[in-house]
Design a binder for this molecule. Structure first.
Ligand code: GLV
Ligand code: MN
Ligand code: MN
Length: 413
């Protein structure tokens, strides 16, 4: 095999081009599951895969698989990949680096004359972001068999549209039952991603290798109070849904900051009210709460504390409520051997590297239930992510892609 050379300029051009496919005004990136921009983004990526002579397949929830056949087709493949959907007001690197970077890694291996024994498979996961249905990692949950078909059928977006509706919009056919991956279909899964935190940059490191992914959970709340005229409804008579929601958001902060674990984080990221008129008492509120930790025990204790606070606040304020746990996931422990393989690859290339925790969740959280899994992190500016000024330099990305190519080659050899 010839030396592996990464074309960082071409890759950056592709990252920039994909960022222009957005529901928002560039440089803001928004690509919500099966929106027009998500479909155009998928077509863009599929095209790059075809140009690289990868064989494409799509499952019935829209997960895309692009395969470079190995010489021994009976062996389980080595998989890599990430997502291209983007939350509202996002940047251009989250997920994208792990998809377009993986295509570049595969192209670089092809150009070096590498003949994999195991097939290499790129997976572009459906809806890693929770924007449409409130739960993240929709595609990888179904691949891992972690989301029951009943729960999947019950998913609704804020307009009441279900997964069946959106699957049709996305051109998906076939039954959801067929999505679950058989055991032993992959020898390994390695996802490259920007760190989305400040550690690598602060410590001036090239590469992080993930040993553990924090455990996420989400609560969805619907509060119903009583609306009325802002001038004529006296304060003792109010049943204001926003004020109950505001107290709940503060209870989330308190539960996270007093859990006893420095790693508990709680966020009320969605808070919508109706009717939304300055001279009208808010009669309804929708909240979604994201709660995570690297320890399930303290995460769950904080969750119970929040749920108890919701009961108390709504009873005291005479607010009717529904509360649903959208997801309550375990953490993922990465495969020790695979972690060492990735660390070894970085060292071989003379890149500085450390093993670390992923505080963000990723499709790897669920791929870890399917096969040995780890992640390759690259530094990003000040740890910024889920915001338009998210940034990793072409040089930082190139190093990540170089390590990914090395790891894929070693695993597929
Ligand atoms: C992924 O986008 C996350 O919220 O961790
Ligand atoms: Mn994200
Ligand atoms: Mn991501």
């Amino acid at each position: 095999m010839n030396p592996i050379k990464i074309n960082a300029i071409k890759l950056q051009g592709e990252i920039d081009a994909l960022a222009l496919i957005t529901e928002a005004t560039p440089p803001v990136v928004t690509r919500v599951l099966f929106s027009e921009s998500d479909l155009r983004g998928r077509a863009f990526v599929n095209n790059l895969c075809r140009e690289a002579a990868l064989v494409l397949r799509e499952d019935s929830v829209g997960n895309i698989f692009a395969r470079l056949a190995g010489t021994d087709k009976n062996l389980p493949a080595v998989a890599t990949g990430s997502h291209i959907d983007a939350i509202p007001n996002a940047g251009k690197y989250d997920g994208v680096v792990g998809v377009l970077g993986a295509i570049e890694a595969i192209r670089a291996l092809q150009a070096a004359g590498f003949q994999p024994k195991r097939s290499l498979e790129l997976i572009i996961f459906t809806a890693e972001e929770p924007t449409r249905f409130g739960i993240g990692c929709l595609g990888s949950r179904l691949l891992g068999g972690v989301l029951s078909l009943e729960r999947a059928a019950a998913l609704r977006d804020r307009d009441g549209k279900d997964l069946e509706y959106w699957r049709k919009q996305g051109g998906c056919t076939g039954s959801l039952e067929s999505v679950k991956l058989p055991k032993d279909c992959y020898a390994a899964f390695v996802e490259m991603h920007i760190e989305q935190g400040p550690v690598l940059e602060a410590e001036n490191l090239d590469i992080g290798v993930v040993e553990k992914i924090a455990a996420p959970s989400t609560l969805r709340l619907h509060l119903t109070g009583v609306g009325g005229h802002a001038g004529a409804t006296l304060m003792p008579d109010r049943r204001d849904a926003l004020l109950a929601g505001a107290e709940i958001a503060l209870a989330v902060e308190k539960a996270a900051t007093t859990s006893g674990s420095p790693d508990t984080v709680g966020t009320t990221g969605i808070f919508r009210i109706e009717p939304g008129a300055v001279n009208s008492v808010p009669c309804r509120a929708w909240l979604e709460v994201d709660l995570r930790d690297t320890l399930v025990k303290t995460r769950d204790a904080a969750l119970h504390q929040i749920e108890a606070a919701v009961e108390e606040i709504c009873t005291r304020r005479k607010i009717e409520f529904t509360m649903e746990r959208l997801n309550l996931d375990p953490l993922a422990i990465c495969d020790v051997k695979l972690v060492e393989t990735a660390v070894g690859a970085a060292r071989k290339l003379n890149f500085s590297v450390k093993k670390m925790i992923s505080r963000a969740y990723h499709d790897s959280l669920f791929m870890a239930q399917v096969c040995p899994t780890t992640m390759i992190f690259i530094p990003c500016l000040k740890g910024y992510s889920h915001r338009p000024d998210e940034f990793s330099s072409p040089q930082q990305i190139e190093k990540g892609v170089r390590v990914l190519a090395e790891v894929l080659a070693e695993l597929a050899r």
